[in-house]
Each structure stands twice: as structure tokens, then as C-alpha cells.
Write a protein that binds this ligand. Structure first.
Ligand code: RTP
Ligand code: MG
Length: 148
């Protein structure tokens, strides 16, 4: 089954949105298979956001993502990568529609609450960056028959 990496960013943690965000993915029917509260190191931030290293906002992005604890999560489910990106909404909360996480809780592009892997390749790379093999669990959920 497909897995993705999602992370409540420091603004989301400070604004007490961890529970709300977990609830949305749980309610949708996805399965939480790993989670931890952590402070990202400068090195990890630069590797994680490596694709943006030439962009003018890279320094600010690294400073922000390392500025406080994040809540890192691994979620599993059918098409979870694309579906989670839809549930997050567009990168700029101004363009994110209501009903999405960024549309409902975000105000500016620099503080947009949540990160989510944007492809199967990113998901695999980011899950490996943030979680050791023994930190992800595999289990059967009783409600699966009612979701699929
Ligand atoms: P993320 O990686 O955090 O899930 O966000 P994303 O895929 O929706 O957007 P991406 O293009 O990967 O950009 C990563 C983060 O950089 C910040 N950003 N700032 N000032 C700007 O124009 C600008 N553009 C992007 C955002 O915080 C974005 O989430
Ligand atoms: Mg991205």
C-alpha cells in the first residue's frame, strides 16, 4: 500500500493544529504508520528541501522549518500521496480553497502549516530521511473493510 511523508510545520505545532490535522487524515480513512515530534537540524532541513537550494527563499525556508518542533508523520492508504496534497491545498494559502488545511488555517506562503511529499519518489526519499526502518509500523485496522 502507498505511503507518504507529512509534517506539521513549526507554525502548525505552535498554533495547536497537530490534533486537527491528524484528525483530518484519520477521518479520511488513511492509516497512521509512524509519527514523532522533533526539531529538524540544519543539515536535515537543507537535504529535505534540497530541490529549492537555488531559490531566493531557501535561507528563510531552512530558518523557518528549523525554528521549532515539527510533527513528522508517515501515512498509508490508496493514492495517499495525491490525496494528501489535495487535502493540504495549494502552496500559497491565498490560493488554497476552503476545506483544505492551508485554505482553512494558513495566511502566507512562508507559514503554510503542513508539508507533504509531492510524488512517489519524494515520498520514498523523505520517509527514509525522517524515519528509521524500525520507526514505521505495519498493522491491520478494523475499519479497512468499510473504507475499501
Ligand atoms: P512543501 O514542500 O513544504 O510541502 O510545500 P509545496 O510542495 O506545496 O511547495 P514547494 O514548491 O515545495 O515549496 C516549499 C516551501 O517553500 C516555501 N515557499 N516560499 N516565498 C515563496 O515564493 C515561496 N515559495 C515556496 C513554502 O513554505 C513552501 O511550502
Ligand atoms: Mg514541496
Amino acid at each position: 500500500m502507498e505511503k507518504t511523508f507529512l509534517m506539521v510545520k513549526p507554525d502548525g505545532v505552535q498554533r495547536n493544529l497537530v490534533g486537527e490535522i491528524v484528525r483530518r487524515f484519520e477521518s479520511k480513512g488513511f492509516k497512521l504508520v509512524g509519527a514523532k515530534l522533533m526539531v529538524i537540524s540544519d543539515d536535515l532541513a537543507k537535504t529535505h528541501y534540497g530541490e529549492h537550494k537555488e531559490r531566493p527563499f531557501f535561507g528563510e525556508l531552512v530558518d523557518f522549518i528549523t525554528s521549532g518542533p515539527v510533527f513528522a508523520m508517515a501515512w498509508e492508504g490508496e493514492n495517499v500521496i495525491t490525496s494528501a496534497r489535495d487535502m493540504m491545498g495549494k502552496t500559497n494559502p491565498l490560493e488554497a480553497v476552503s476545506g483544505t488545511i492551508r485554505g482553512d488555517f494558513g495566511m502566507t506562503v512562508g507559514k503554510n502549516i503542513i508539508h507533504g511529499s509531492d510524488s512517489a519518489e519524494s515520498a520514498e526519499r523523505e520517509l527514509k530521511l525522517f524515519f528509521g526502518e524500525n520507526e514505521l509500523t505495519s498493522y491491520v485496522k478494523q475499519d479497512s473493510d468499510w473504507i475499501y
